[in-house]
Structure formats: C-alpha cells, structure tokens
Write a protein that binds this ligand. Structure first.
Ligand code: PEP
Ligand code: MN
Length: 356
C-alpha cells in the first residue's frame, strides 16, 4: 500500500471528507485544497456515479470527475476514494489511480452487485470500505464483508450510515446504534467509521451524531464537505464548508477506551460487579415471572379463556410507564421492555394451552 494510504489507514481517528459528488473541476479541486489544509483528514471522497432514488436527478459526472480527482490528489497529496457499484466502475476508478474504494448502501443490499465488485477487485491491493445496507439487516452487511474478504483483501473497513425507517424521524437514516455495535462485537479488528452526514441529512445533527459515534469507540468519521454547500448538486442540506468542518472536528471530544489509573479501574470493577449482580437478579426474576405466566396459562386453558386480555395488558402498560417516568427511565425503553416481556409471557401461555 502507498505510504499516504497506509498513513490514513493506521491513523486514529480515520478521517474522510469531501463533497457528496464531484460536480465541476473548480468545485472539486477547490474543496480538496481547503480540506487538505487540515492534516487530520487523511482521505478525500467524491461521488462520481450517484445512485439516486428517482430518475431525473443528478447522477454524477462519470469519467471527467476521475480526472479532476487525480488532479486534486496531485495538487494536495491527499489520497482519494470513490463509490463503486459495478465492475466497470472499479476498472475505471483503478485506471485513474483512486486509492480506496467504497461500496454504497444501496449496493450492499444486492449480493449480485457485491459479488461483481468482489470479482473485479480480486488480486488487487486496494482497501475497500463497505457501507451498511439501507435496510437494517446485519447479515446482509456481514455477507458483503465476507464476499470481499474472500478475495483475500486485508484492508477492509465498515461505514455506518444509518438505516431507512418508515415515518417521521429526526434523522434521514435512523442510526440504530445496536447494529454497528454488533458488527464491532463480531469484527473487533475491522475499522468502523461513522458517516454522520447520511445519518443526519441536515447540518444541525452532525455534531451530536459524530460525538455519539466517538463515545461508542468508532474508528473514524466520513463527513461530506463542499465549498458552497447550499448550491450542491446532491445532498445540499447535509453538507458543510471545509471551514465549518474544522470547527466541528475541534469541538468533538475524543476519548480513550482504557485508562491506566488504578483508581479508575477499581471503581469500574466495583460498579461492574454490582451491575452483573443486578443482571443476574433481573434474569432470575423474569424466570419467576414466566412461571406465574405458565400457571395462568393452565388456568385459562381449563376455563377456555383467551390468552390475550387486552384490558389487563393496557393496565400493565400504563402502570409500568407511570412508574418508569418517576425513576428516570425513558418511555421508549420501558415500552420496548414490557412489550418484550408480555410477548414472552404469551409464548409461555401458548405452549401450555396448545402443548406446542
Ligand atoms: C454517499 O456517500 O454520497 C452516498 C451515496 O452514500 P450512501 O451509499 O450511504 O447513501
Ligand atoms: Mn451524499
């Protein structure tokens, strides 16, 4: 791997920035020059082929963008990355010496496309970053990683860019942090980068999302920047100027996973022992609660009564929610928790009633 690329790859945090799309030579090169003024940013991004939800939108400039990107690198020394979705994209990106490839969220959803890219990069020493699929299906993300891994690549990374969710949410793509957390648990040695731009969909949320990812020990950030964000041809609402990006980066609080302080370690061990004890008690009590559900199930069976008693369920929910707000538990969490407990209780009763 080239020195500039391995410097990016081995540095923490791994920092990627650049416009959503390459639009004109002037826009791309000026953005690169401004971004390169901050040595923290190790990789310059630009979309050359844009997967758009509907036809008629700007679909990327194609090959000319790769020429400008090459020029931007020659002028600034910063290595480059583009999104690839087909073997033809891979081939053209390599022809113009793009340093890192990334697979976009829409492409990760399609095993045929991922396989096509895997075959195209076989035997080529180039790092690949894999965005999560747009749908919250962790196995699809894993599958894409495995397909690329099978080509013998040693430099693979994951990018978390949020997931499509139906209805109104404050995010363009819901972060569903539990999914990247699970990827990190399964692949502790693969760098995990957060893309706050596509999660947020607007400028206001970028800082908070970026900080959350740092607090979850992500390896780096990919944030879109543009010299004139309001006039951007794609994703205008979420892009920021390089100057504003530098302010954002400065305001982030970086944290380490470990501390050498004995005092810190001792306090942590004590608190964790208590947490383990509570977890144990919670599980035991849930077991006891389900034994009661079994008894109730037998009772209902003898009396030919339905498992679901809607009124009773309504009362449980109300009582638990009222108590939760008194002790500082969030409504959303408690609702999820008690719904899960209720469902487990229904499963238990169903087993008793139907001998299944
Ligand atoms: C992008 O990075 O501009 C992009 C299209 O992202 P995603 O694949 O996450 O939608
Ligand atoms: Mn974008």
């Amino acid at each position: 791997m080239k020195e500039s690329v391995s410097r990016f790859w081995n540095n923490r945090p791994m920092m990627i920035s650049g416009p959503c799309s390459a639009e004109t030579a002037q826009q791309l090169i000026q953005t690169a020059k401004e971004i390169a003024q901050n040595p923290q940013i190790g990789l310059f991004r630009a979309g050359i082929w844009k997967p758009r939800t509907k036809p008629g939108m700007f679909e990327g400039v194609g090959e000319p963008g790769l020429i400008w990107l090459q020029e931007a690198k020659a002028l600034t020394g910063i290595p480059t990355t583009v999104e690839v979705a087909t073997a033809a994209h891979v081939e053209m990106a390599l022809r113009y010496e793009v340093d890192v490839l990334w697979i976009g969220a829409r492409t990760t959803t399609n095993p045929f496309s991922v396989q096509e890219i895997a075959s195209a990069v076989q035997g080529i020493d180039i790092p690949i970053l894999i965005k999560n699929p747009i749908n919250p299906d962790i196995e699809l993300w894993v599958g894409a990683l495995e397909r690329i891994e099978k080509t013998g690549k040693s430099h693979l990374g994951l990018i978390h860019r949020g997931f499509t969710e139906f209805g109104n949410t404050i995010y363009r793509n819901a972060p569903m942090w539990q999914l990247p957390i699970e990827m990190k648990r399964r692949y502790p040695n693969i760098p995990l980068i957060c893309d706050p731009s596509h999660i947020s969909g607007n400028r206001q949320l970028l800082q908070t999302v970026a900080q959350t990812s740092i607090d979850l020990d992500f390896s780096g950030l990919m944030i879109e920047a543009h010299i004139n964000p309001d006039e951007a041809w794609s994703d205008a609402a979420q892009q920021i100027t390089p100057a504003n990006l530098f302010v954002l980066l400065q305001q982030l609080i970086w944290r380490s996973v470990n501390s050498d302080s004995e005092n810190f370690q001792d306090s942590l061990t004590t608190l964790r022992a208590k947490i383990d004890e509570y977890d144990n008690q919670l599980i035991e009590m849930l077991g006891e609660r389900m034994k009661l559900a079994d008894q109730i199930g037998a009772f209902k069976k003898d009396n030919k009564i339905t498992i679901l008693q809607s009124e009773r369920w309504g009362q449980i929910l109300e009582k638990v929610l009222a108590k939760a707000s008194d002790i500082g538990l969030s409504d959303a969490f408690v609702r999820k928790y008690i719904e899960a407990v209720h469902l487990e209780s229904i499963h238990h009763q169903n087993k008793i009633m139907n001998n299944s």
